[in-house]
Ligand binder design. Structure first.
Ligand SMILES: NC(=O)c1ccc[n+]([C@@H]2O[C@H](COP(=O)([O-])OP(=O)(O)OC[C@H]3O[C@@H](n4cnc5c(N)ncnc54)[C@H](OP(=O)(O)O)[C@@H]3O)[C@@H](O)[C@H]2O)c1
Length: 279
C-alpha cells in the first residue's frame, strides 16, 4: 500500500476503523470518514500523520463529493475507495414496513455505496487505475440474517458492484464487495437502541452470544474479526488482486457454503432415534 491513497467510510468504529488502521500500517495515506467528529478525530489521531478524518454522511451527495475532493486535493490521487459505512436495519414484518425507515437504510447503505463509486470513478477513470471495495454482508445473499431493508440493500450492493465492475474494468478500475457474517462490533448494540459510543465500547461483550447466534450455521466456529475483513480489503485493494473484479468475497466462516456437517450429523442421529423409538 506504500504510496497509495485510500478513503474509508464508516471508519469511526468497528470494521472501518480496523481497515484504516491496517492500510496505514501497510504504508497508505488514509482519509477516514463518518458522521461522529470526535470519534473520527480520535481514531485518525491514533493512526498518526498518514491518517486524517473528514466528517461525511454518506447518504448526502454533497458530503461524498466533498470527501473525495478533500482526499484527492490533499494527496493528489485516489487509489482505493472503501465504502463501508452502514447502520443496522429494522426487523419488521412485510405487512408492517415503514417506507421512510426502509428508505433511510437504503440511503445509507445502497446510495452511500453508489455515491462512493460515482465520485471515486471520476478520479480513478482518468487516472487509469483504482480499487473500489463495497461492504456487503451475508445478508445480501441469504435471507433471514437481518431486517428486510438491510438485506435488500446489501443484495443491491452486490449487484451494483458487478454493474460498476463491468463498466469500469475497461478503465483499469476494479470493483468488488466483501460479505462478512457476524463481526462483533457496535452495530448490534446500535440496532438494539444503545447509545453509539456505549455500543462500540461494549461490543466485545457479545462474544458469549456468538455460539447462540451462529452455532448451527458457521463451519469455522469463531466470530469473523474486523481484522479478517480488513485483511480481505487489503488484498482486494492491492496489486495482488489486480485481475479480480466484480466479485463478492464471502468472509463468513462457511455460512454461505451450507450447513456444518456436524449439525446435519446430529440431526440424522435425532431422526434415527425418533424412527427407532417408533419401531
Ligand atoms: N458487524 C457485522 O456483523 C457486519 C456483518 C456484515 C456486514 N457488516 C457491515 O460492515 C459495515 C461496518 O459495520 P460495523 O459492523 O463495523 O459497525 P459499526 O462499528 O457500527 O460501524 C459503522 C460505521 O458506519 C458509520 N456510519 C453509519 N451511518 C453513516 C452515515 N450515514 N454516513 C457515514 N458514516 C456512517 C459509523 O460512523 P458514524 O456513526 O460516526 O457515522 C461507523 O463508523 C456496515 O456496512 C455493516 O453493514 C457488518
Amino acid at each position: 500500500m506504500t504510496g497509495k491513497v485510500a478513503v474509508v467510510t464508516g471508519a469511526t468504529s468497528g470494521i472501518g476503523a480496523r481497515i484504516a488502521r491496517l492500510f496505514v500500517g501497510e504504508g497508505a495515506q488514509v482519509v477516514l470518514a463518518g458522521r461522529r467528529e470526535a470519534e473520527g478525530m480520535r481514531v485518525a489521531a491514533e493512526l498518526g500523520d498518514a491518517a486524517t478524518f473528514r466528517r461525511a454522511d454518506v447518504s448526502a451527495e454533497e458530503d461524498v463529493r466533498a470527501l473525495v475532493e478533500y482526499a484527492t486535493e490533499r494527496h493528489g490521487r485516489l487509489d482505493v475507495m472503501v465504502s463501508n459505512a452502514g447502520g443496522p436495519g429494522h426487523w419488521v414484518d412485510v405487512a408492517d414496513v415503514d417506507l421512510a425507515a426502509f428508505r433511510e437504510v437504503m440511503d445509507v447503505h445502497l446510495y452511500g455505496v453508489l455515491l462512493g463509486m460515482k465520485y471515486a470513478a471520476r478520479v480513478m477513470v482518468p487516472q487509469g487505475s483504482g480499487s473500489i471495495i463495497n461492504m456487503a454482508s451475508v445478508s445480501g445473499t441469504e435471507a433471514g440474517w437481518s431486517g428486510l431493508d438491510y438485506s435488500a440493500a446489501k443484495a443491491a450492493i452486490i449487484h451494483l458492484t458487478r454493474c460498476a465492475a463491468v463498466e469500469l474494468g475497461e478503465s483499469g478500475v476494479r470493483v468488488n464487495s466483501i460479505a462478512p457474517s457476524v463481526v462483533l462490533t457496535g452495530i448490534f448494540g446500535k440496532g438494539a437502541g444503545l447509545d453509539p459510543a456505549v455500543a462500540d465500547r461494549t461490543a466485545d461483550q457479545l462474544a458469549g452470544a456468538f455460539p447462540l447466534m451462529m452455532g448451527d450455521y458457521q463451519a469455522v466456529r469463531r466470530p469473523v474479526s474486523a481484522e479478517d475483513v480488513a485483511q480481505t480489503a487489503l488484498w482486494l485493494a492491492g496489486d495482488a488482486a489486480g485481475i479480480v473484479t466484480g466479485v463478492n468475497l464471502a468472509v463468513d466462516g462457511g455460512v454461505g457454503a451450507g450447513r456444518p456437517v456436524s449439525v446435519s450429523r446430529a440431526e440424522r442421529v435425532r431422526l434415527a432415534t425418533a424412527l427407532g423409538s417408533r419401531g
